[in-house]
Design a protein around this ligand. Structure first.
Ligand code: ADP
Length: 586
């Protein structure tokens, strides 16, 4: 524009010399209009530039505010992170790839008793030189940096100022944006108090286990110590009963026997319950005849019921098969407990045992239902759901006149459950009770040889029998009982004597006590079996006849090679049953 103005000025200077003023005027007019146009454009540009400047200004103001806010937010976050880091009770630290501390939290400094300056940039060894150098932990750190592995729940014991401390650590690698491992982050806890607690718990558990073991041992010893003299009392009383007694002497003797048998029952209940509770009870399955079991129960309870003036009956559904495989001993025990109670708690009326098939299952299995119904005193509703608990007696005021421990039903319930069944009760006070249970039993094809006592006794008479027993009273009782059936037997006073006798004479049956002086029954059996093996011919039936009636004792007896196990007091019928079992097996 300046240039145009200069040109105009020059033209004005030469106006005098102009030949044509009009032409000049025209030119000037053109120039002026061009100039005014350019001035308009310039003005427009100026206005726009002014506008742009305002926009830029407001943008600048906004950006600087945003930046300020972001900075404040960033500061807030960093503060929060810092608070978090320093309030965490765990030791948190970040190390670079050369295992040098780059960041540690407050807990870390408090635990180590050091300042940040003492720690940052240093290695574990430099910082904790007063610690016993931890081995495993440093190895793991190397793996984190090398392979990028994570380690959780690493526990290590370290020593600080002669104090042993348990540390629990999690370690993880830290990577750059590009994925390169640039360090590791570790979080550690002092778990010494937990560990000490664990140790105390373990010690308490060991102590408790030892206590249980001592209790078991005590029960075994008690079992032996109480049963042995009690066997003596019962055996002698029975022998006394076979002599000529006056009527009142006979009555005294009957009472004596009753009390002794009752005491034996109580001891057996307590030991049995304890065996079940400690998991030592093992159920034994075998073949058995239901009619035979019923006839035994009938013999056992009929006279007792008759003495009380109660009707006693057993009703077996004709559809029920006769032979089964199951735990006959437990079944018998449960039925005896229920029948005993039914007769005990019934003053008049009847006690009825009914057996019927409830459900036929696959693989020859039948659920058999057993019901014991009485017309006795009944049980109040409030006591019904507690009746199967141990030491539970329905109503002390009414039942105190009846003897009992309150263990019978608890044992029965557990035995039924062990046999995979369920037991229940329905009762009306003053009207009577119905105890029932159902268990699965396997139906058996009838055994060829049914138990026939006379056949067994006949066989036993031909047997050479040796009794190994140190207790003179027990020797006498068993001898008299067996000789009554016409059997003959020799006696040895301990295991060593028994072994010597067996080597000299081939006995067919050895009744072996377990606890004996000089050599016990287990060792004697071991030696006898060793001798038989060397000889290659002989095999005597060895039956343990012992007051140690726990399942563990039975196991021990079987483990050394005994063939059977009878708990004292010696009942020849049990021996006959065992022999019957041998015969069927042979
Ligand atoms: P106990 O040795 O006391 O008989 P049980 O466990 O066999 O122990 O029985 C627990 C309690 O259940 C008994 O004391 C009695 O109160 C009650 N009870 C059991 N059977 C019967 C029954 N047939 N009639 C009435 N009460 C019964």
């Amino acid at each position: 524009m300046q240039k145009i103005i200069q040109q105009l000025a020059e033209k004005l200077n030469h106006i005098d010399e102009a030949e044509d003023v009009i032409k000049l005027k025209l030119e000037m007019q053109n120039e002026i209009s061009r100039l005014s146009m350019e001035a308009d454009i310039l003005d427009f540009k100026l206005q726009r530039a002014l506008k742009d400047k305002n926009v830029v200004n407001s943008l600048l103001t906004k950006t600087s505010e945003d930046l300020k806010n972001a900075l404040q937010e960033h500061e807030r976050q960093a503060k929060r992170l810092n608070t978090l880091l320093n309030t965490i009770p765990a030791l948190v630290y970040f190390k670079d790839s050369n295992f040098r501390y780059q960041l540690v939290n407050k807990a870390f400094l408090e635990f180590s008793g050091l300042t940040r300056k003492d720690v940052i940039g240093k290695t574990l060894k430099e910082v904790f030189h007063h610690y016993l150098p931890p081995g495993k932990y440093q190895e793991l750190e190397k793996q984190v940096i090398k392979d990028g592995r994570f380690f959780y729940n690493v526990e290590e014991q370290v020593e600080q100022n002669e104090k042993k401390i348990w540390i629990h650590t999690n370690i993880a690698p830290v990577r750059s944006r590009e994925g390169e491992i640039i360090g590791l982050i570790g979080v550690s806890w002092d778990i010494s108090s937990q560990k000490n607690y664990e140790l105390q718990l373990k010690q308490a558990r060991d102590l408790a286990e030892e206590g249980v073991h001592i209790k078991d041992q005590f029960l075994t010893n008690m079992s032996h110590e109480i049963r042995t003299p009690l066997n003596g009392i019962i055996g002698m009383a029975e022998i006394l009963g076979q002599t000529n007694l006056e009527k009142n002497q006979n009555d005294y003797l009957t009472n004596l026997l009753k009390s002794a048998m009752h005491l034996m029952g109580l001891i057996e209940d307590i030991f049995e319950f304890s065996a079940i509770e400690t998991g030592k009870f093992k159920s034994e399955t075998g073949k058995f005849s239901m009619p035979l079991l019923m006839s035994h129960l009938e013999n056992e309870f009929k006279s007792e019921a008759k003495d009380k003036g109660i009707d006693f009956s057993i009703k077996v559904d004709p559809k029920l098969p006769k032979f089964f495989t199951g735990d006959e001993t437990s079944l018998r025990k449960v039925l005896k407990n229920l029948l005993n109670n039914a007769i005990k708690f019934t003053r008049e009326g009847s006690v009825k045992l009914s057996i019927s098939p409830e459900k036929y299952l696959k693989n020859n299995l039948i659920i058999v239902r057993f019901e014991v119904e009485d017309t006795g005193i009944g049980i109040k509703d409030i006591h019904l759901n507690k009746i199967f608990e141990s030491f539970s007696q329905a109503d002390i005021s009414t039942t105190k006149s009846y003897q009992g421990t309150g263990l019978g039903l608890a044992i029965s319930k557990r035995l039924v459950e062990i046999m995979k069944g369920q037991i229940g009760v329905k009762s009306k006070e003053g009207k009577g009770s119905l105890f029932s249970f159902a268990i699965p039993l396997k139906v058996e094809i009838p055994a060829k040889e049914l138990f026939d006592e006379s056949k067994i006794i006949k066989l036993l008479k031909e047997f050479r029998i040796l009794m190994v027993e140190d207790n003179l009273i027990n020797q006498k009782i068993s001898k008299i009982t067996l000789e009554k059936s016409g059997c003959k037997l020799d006696v040895a006073n301990n295991g060593k004597e028994g072994l010597k006798k067996y080597i000299q004479k081939p006995y067919d049956l050895i009744l072996m006590d377990i606890q004996m002086p000089v050599m016990d029954g287990l060792e004697a059996t071991r030696q006898i079996r060793k001798f038989e093996k060397e000889q290659g011919e002989r095999h005597a039936f060895i039956v343990a006849l012992t007051a140690n009636a726990m399942e563990s004792d039975r196991k021990k007896a079987m483990a050394v090679g005994m063939d059977g196990f009878i708990a004292k007091p010696f009942n020849p019928k049990e021996l006959f049953k065992i022999l019957h079992g041998f015969i069927i097996k042979e």
